[in-house]
Design a protein around this ligand. Sequence first.
Ligand SMILES: N[C@@H](CCC(=O)N[C@@H](CS)C(=O)NCC(=O)O)C(=O)O
Length: 261
Amino acid sequence: MSTARVHVSALSATVNHLRLRPTTAVSPNCFNTHSRKPLRVSMSSVPPSEPVEIAVKASLTTPNTLGDCPFSQRVLLTLEEKHLPYEAKFVDLSNKPEWFLQISPEGKVPVIKFDEKWVPDSDIITQTLEEKYPSPPLVTPPEKSTVGSKIFSTFIGFLKSKDPNDGTEQALLSELSSFNDYLKDNGPFVNGKDISAADLSLGPKLYHLEIALGHYKKWTVPDSLTFLKSYMKAIFSRESFIKTRAQPQDVVEGWRPKVEG
Ligand SMILES: N[C@@H](CCC(=O)N[C@@H](CS)C(=O)NCC(=O)O)C(=O)O
């Protein structure tokens, strides 16, 4: 098993320790978005004393490094933006080890360990991180949380398409253009001036879009979508993103079966 330990800097850990007091409470209004069962989680603004363990996709091209899963990056970005220490375990999804199938019976990454229990699914994981570690807040208001949510599926449709006239490029352009208009009126991020959960979900998907469409279709986001271009630049250049992004060659190799299949 390959692991990488990441710690917040000694200074910020100390500052958090001095500023914030531990609290333990049951979240009053927290629901699992899939089952609608109440989630009972303990809230604390203090980083965990031990790094949070998380299993993520391993690189296809470079042993023992992070791979190209946008859902894994979304969770890593959330951990980074919340300054939480974590220990990443890199999983070879083409040859899933037994220890991984024990903690993730569906065989999917990301999975994270909360209170001795392994939890899958980036939606549930990021929601639980917000409940357990509310500071700094990354909440996107519900009415804005679906903004841009069709971009990923329309990108995949266009990427896989073999017929230039089947409307998939137009469908993607239409979603990107709506998102650009939204950012013009509400940006620079989905929730205004501060980055939030919706951006941490969209950022990795736009990164895959840029690399995969550039490679397989020689296609780029039109320059006319200036607000979207600035949005991508702002997210891609954040320290948290640079630390957690996949290597471009992994993104290319990761999509190859879908493009050629
Ligand atoms: N809905 C899940 C999707 C996770 C997912 O599809 N992960 C992919 C890698 S990006 C996976 O583990 N696939 C299993 C496989 O390739 O065998 C989430 O948001 O976490």
